[in-house]
Structures are given as C-alpha cells and as structure tokens.
Design a protein around this ligand. Structure first.
Ligand code: ATP
Ligand code: MG
Length: 252
C-alpha cells in the first residue's frame, strides 16, 4: 500500500517572469490516489509536463522507482510505466475510437515494434478490453471527432487503460461529467487502485476529490502549501480562502 513509485523533489519551472512551478516535491504510492488541487494557474498541469518530459525543468529532480527521469523524452517516460491524459484530451480526432486506443498500446518507438501477429492480437485484445471497461465498445468504429463530450473523456481514459501503465497522471479527467458518468469514472479509478496503480488526479470538483482520493497535495502559485489527509486539508479555512479566490491581501 505504501510502496513509493514516483517522487519529485523541488521541481521548478518559470515562463518569462511567471514562476509556474516553484519547488514542488511530491510522492505517489502504488494503490493510492493523490489529488492535485489548486486554483487556476497554480501550476498543476505544468507539474505533469515536467514529470512526463513534455517540458524541461529549470531545476529539481524526479525519479520513478529510484530511477532519475529528468531529461528523458515523453516516450521514454511512458516506457517506464507512466500514462497521462491531457486537459484538452489530444485525441486523434480523425481516427476511429478503436484506432485511438490501439495507438496507446504501442510500447516502442516507430522503428522497433515487437512484431508478429501474436503481439498484434494481444494489443488488439488490450484495446478491446479498454473499450469495454469504458463503455465504448459500440462506438469502436466511430471517429473520435463525432463523439459526445463525455464519450471523448472516456476515450481518453480508454487510452490510459490500454497503455497498461502503473502510474497514471490524469489532468481533469472528470471535469464536466454528469453524475452517472462520474460514477463510472470513479469505478475505473477504484479498479485501477485495487490493481496497485499509483494515480495522480488533477481535479477542481472537491466532491470528486473527497470521494476518490487518499491524499491531497494543495498547490498555489507553484508551491505545495499542504499535503496529506483530504478531510483535514479541505477543512482548513486558509486553504479554502485561496481555493475560492478570497486570497488575503499580501503586504505591500
Ligand atoms: N507554455 C507556457 N508558456 C507560458 N506560460 C505558461 C505556459 N504553461 C503554463 N504557463 C503559466 O504557468 C502558470 C501555471 O499554469 P498551469 O497550466 O500549470 O496551471 P494549472 O494549475 O494547470 O491551471 P488550470 O487549473 O487552469 O488548468 C500559469 O500562470 C500559466 O499561464
Ligand atoms: Mg491545468
């Protein structure tokens, strides 16, 4: 339950004069859901981008099971067992639903793909199982661009499932979902958690956070202000004031 699989230490990144991430230290554990919570612009997505190699850090380190990952390319981080979703989903909009999921099963770069029809069939079986689990089987041949909003969110989750990664970084996967869809999404997370997946969930809806997470890391202006038990953090009036935009005036 407490096996640490991912750790960042003092990750920092600025864009011009904006310090987007300012020394973020975070740990993810197998079979646990850590919610990354904080107001708009707090640095949540940038933190993911630094971990996954989509952006270079100015300073700080990150490691997966003790192996340093700073400087690796996104596909190299993916090969170490990290699957991520994007706030803007980034589906292959003109490919079919099934093709989108199959693409997520590719475990090697283009020049070397473990070959043969057996491997191909295994990848197809993984893709089909992911479609089944996300309720998208009947839409397998539809183009991603023709899906409804919630279906696109689940397609993004099907891609995560099919990747068979044991670390999931999910950027607002439940935003805008209706209650029934949110319940289905919650079940996907609980099943993954039971299999020992370490999950980091960026989520603005605090009801979802309370229901699904074991820990919260509260981020504001690029810094982790608090980390720990969800109930305690959400009851903290100072954090609530920051979260709901009622920030105390800073001394001039
Ligand atoms: N590529 C970029 N170039 C310039 N500034 C950026 C870039 N990416 C992020 N920022 C800035 O860094 C800060 C943190 O952004 P980030 O997207 O990480 O926030 P967030 O916590 O994910 O917010 P939200 O909840 O709105 O998604 C913001 O001020 C944002 O404008
Ligand atoms: Mg974001």
């Amino acid at each position: 339950m407490t096996t640490e699989v991912l750790r960042t230490e003092n990750l920092s990144r600025s864009f011009g004069g904006v310090q987007a991430v300012a020394g973020v230290s975070l740990t993810l554990h197998a079979g646990a859901v850590t919610a990354l919570v904080g107001p708009n612009g707090a640095g949540k997505t940038t933190t993911f981008n630094l971990i996954t190699g989509n952006l270079r850090a100015d300073s700080g380190t990150a490691a997966i099971r003790g192996k340093p990952i700073m400087g690796l390319k996104p596909w190299q981080v993916a090969r170490l067992g990290v699957a991520r979703s994007f706030q803007d989903l980034r589906l292959f909009t003109h490919m079919t639903v099934r093709e989108n999921v199959l693409a997520a099963t590719e475990t090697a770069s283009w020049f070397w793909q473990p070959g043969g029809s057996t491997a191909r069939r295994a990848r197809e079986a993984r893709a089909d199982a992911a479609l089944e689990a996300t309720g998208l089987s009947a839409l397998a041949r539809a183009r991603a661009i023709d899906l409804a909003y919630a279906e696109r969110k689940f397609l993004s989750m099907a891609r995560i499932l099919a990747a068979e990664a044991d670390i999931w970084l999910l950027d607002e996967p439940a935003s805008g979902l209706d209650l029934a869809s949110r319940t289905r999404f919650g079940q996907l997370l609980k099943d993954a958690q039971a299999r020992g997946v370490a999950i980091c969930l960026i989520e603005h809806n605090l009801d979802v956070v309370v229901e699904l997470s074991n820990r919260i890391a509260f981020l504001d202006q690029g810094k982790v202000l608090a980390e720990g038990d969800p109930d305690a953090i959400l009851k903290d009036p100072a954090l609530a004031a920051i979260y709901f935009g009622d920030r105390p005036q800073e001394a001039a």
